[in-house]
Design a protein around this ligand. Structure first.
Ligand code: PRX
Length: 635
């Protein structure tokens, strides 16, 4: 039996059992059968969650781009690797074959080399969803440079923080980007960020919107002319299994974003294996994940996982609402998409537009539907199942994280019976545990607890760039010898998992992870603000929206408040990006605090969510009187 392709439930259980009983044999077989290695490993796995240190396939030598591109050239050179759908539906889609991708990645890699980028150097990529984003990413991997892709919706300040944290020497960007009817001045944002980034000595600029931009002499260069003159061949750098492949930042409970470091071999094996099974990809299928490559979903399931399987992966530049709310379905019909992977927030936004916009399109090509990024509520699940999948296409509700690198808990379509709002069963190799507040594992079914993973898997992040202690404190200290996810979950009577949401100070808004601390830091920058506390509250479309409680230094006249609200959101936009704007801002005289001075967010969350029937124990508060005042003035 091949472990690689699971087709029915009994097979899943067999493979799963083997992956737990003999994890090393299991992963060794997967790695041996399906990838190209310059040299195989000396040791499949060594690990110690106390340090923590995890190494997979130690001693192996490889290059991930050889697995994602070169090896398909013998059989699939003319197959479309990347199918680019531009923002403007009138502009022709671009089919980039594996052969063309090979050439373009090699040329880009040679330009990087010419510019002095070498193995181990960090390169920041700040690009919209255009082919060059995937190509630049792969070009870094080709030469062993560590890419740090920053989502092109982040502000200059957020970009600068990320560039400096990992000491990037180069930034790859574009003159601007298209987003629906709007254009965004990306290069302007980069210029502003680079005022704060002495580590960057060169900027490569992709021409996309033909805007008039500032090019700093000696630093900035248009990339297209350089590419035209670059050689079409580039020998892949021979990488060690545990050499870093990329850094990707994710929000944490405290100020600085965490630069999660993913390494080469384990990440490749796991993303490829999960892609194959979770989407049941078959030769000739067209697969589309609507995420942005600026997030982990795009890294693992637009670029690496699909390409490692020789798939056709769609890259969409635009937004679901442009030119109208039928755009997603128009693309599904136009490119005969077979697997469609999106976020619940998009499903809810599209469901709100009614069925007329869906019914215009032929969606019969769809075979598997995916959901990721936040819990999918029952209503959205049914709408997706009934109207998009026509009850024929199983929904894979995939739970995972930037830190996990790949999908962890998920149905396997056509094998695992789905259940609305449940991510269902652990993927082979994943050993979840639910823990109670005292740190004991809950071993029975029908329990709720904190979700941990008790055994390493190949694509787990190995550290936080430059801060291993924070990696240990955040993920390996809450529960002994276990990776703590930060999520709560319940396990039902048959062992299916349902993710209930974050149990820390991270709030998921429209599928984006936002830490409360950096937003509070931004709000507190406003000269009129003394203190602030941000919490989430339920929102029909976004899943959660942000509610800010703000104490002003001098309360002043009521009418200045509207301006202040705008100014506060403006500061957030500048420091983080528009995704972190507050939906509601309540000015208040005080915040409920414990005697040790900690803000009791639990109470603030309940008030913001209009759920004040039981506020729980407020007796430990230093200032219980502010609670009533906050409740009286809730927005
Ligand atoms: O809370 C979980 C939620 O998203 C968090 C991870 O966010 P991020 O690192 O940005 O990665 C998102 C894409 C993988 C998790 O800790 N989450 C992700 N998928 C699901 C989910 N919550 C419920 N159900 C899911 N399917």
């Amino acid at each position: 039996m091949s472990n690689y392709h699971i087709k029915h439930l009994e097979e899943y259980y067999q493979v799963y059992r083997k992956s737990v009983r003999e994890p090393e044999n299991f992963w060794e077989e997967v790695a041996e059968e399906h990838f190209l290695w310059y040299k195989k490993w000396d040791n499949v796995l060594s690990w110690d969650f106390k340090k923590p240190e995890v190494k997979w396939f130690e001693g192996a030598k490889l290059n991930i781009t050889v697995n994602c591109i070169d090896r398909h050239l013998t059989t699939n050179a003319d197959k479309t690797a990347i199918l680019f759908e531009p923002n403007n539906p009138e502009e022709a889609a671009e089919h980039i074959t594996y052969k063309q991708l090979h050439k373009r990645v090699c040329q880009f890699a040679n330009v990087l080399k010419d510019k002095g980028v070498a193995k181990g150097d960090r390169v920041c990529i700040y690009l919209p969803m255009i082919p060059e984003l995937a190509i630049a990413t792969l070009a870094c991997a080709r030469i062993g440079a560590v890419h740090s892709v920053v989502f092109a919706g982040f502000s200059a300040t957020a970009l600068a923080t990320r560039i400096n944290d990992s000491d990037c020497k180069m930034v790859i960007t574009s003159d601007g980007s298209y987003r629906g009817a709007k254009t965004i001045d990306l290069k302007g944002i980069v210029d502003e960020a680079l005022n704060e980034c002495p580590c960057v000595d060169s900027v490569l600029v992709v021409k996309r919107i033909n805007s008039d931009i500032n090019m700093k002499a000696g630093r900035d260069e248009w990339v297209q002319p350089l590419l035209e003159n670059a050689s079409k061949d580039c020998n892949p750098e021979v990488m060690d299994a545990e050499d870093p492949l990329f850094i990707l930042y994710t929000s944490g409970s405290t100020g600085m974003p965490k630069g999660m470091v993913h390494t080469t071999a384990g990440y490749m094996v796991y993303t490829a294996y999960t892609f194959k099974n979770v989407f049941q990809y078959k030769e000739g299928d067209v697969y589309w994940c609507t995420a942005d490559i600026g997030w982990i979903t795009g890294h693992s399931y637009i670029v690496y996982g699909p390409l490692a399987n020789g798939a056709t992966t769609v890259m969409f530049e635009g937004v679901p609402s442009y030119p109208d709310f039928g755009r997603f379905w128009d693309i599904v019909e136009k490119h005969k998409v077979n697997q469609f992977y999106t976020a619940p927030t998009a499903i809810r936004a599209l469901a709100k537009e009614g069925l007329e916009v869906v019914e215009k399109y032929n969606l019969s090509s769809l075979k598997v539907l995916g959901s990721v990024g936040e819990p999918i509520n029952e209503e959205a699940w049914h709408w997706y199942n009934d109207n998009i999948g026509k009850k024929q296409s199983p929904i894979v509700d995939t739970w995972w994280q930037t830190e996990t690198g790949g999908i962890m808990i998920t149905p396997i379509p056509f094998a695992t019976p789905t259940k609305p709002t449940y991510a269902t069963l652990p993927f082979p190799g994943i050993q979840p545990a639910l823990m109670d507040e005292e740190g004991q594992e809950l071993t029975k079914n029908q329990v709720t607890g904190r979700l941990c993973i008790k055994f390493p898997w190949p694509s787990m992040a190995r550290t936080i760039w430059g801060n291993h202690q924070r990696y240990k404190d955040t993920y390996f200290s809450a529960f002994e010898n276990k990776y703590f996810t930060g999520d709560g979950a319940l396990r039902d009577e048959v062992g299916y998992y349902r993710i209930t949401g974050r149990v820390d100070d991270v709030i998921i808004v429209s599928g984006h992870n936002l830490g409360t601390a950096p937003i509070e830091d931004a709000v507190n920058e406003h000269p009129a603000v003394a203190e602030s506390a941000i919490v989430g509250f339920p929102h029909d479309i976004k899943g959660n929206a942000l509610y800010g409680y703000v104490i002003l230094k001098d309360v002043g006249e009521g009418r200045v408040h509207d301006n202040l609200r705008k100014e506060i959101n403006q500061i957030i936009t500048e420091h983080i990006g528009p995704i972190a704007k507050l939906d509601k801002i309540q000015f208040t005289k005080g915040l409920p605090k414990t005697r040790s001075g900690k803000i009791m967010r639990r109470i603030l969350r309940k008030i913001a969510s209009n759920d004040t029937s039981n506020l729980g124990d407020t007796s430990t508060l230093l200032n219980p009187e502010v609670v009533q005042d906050i409740m009286d003035n809730v927005l």
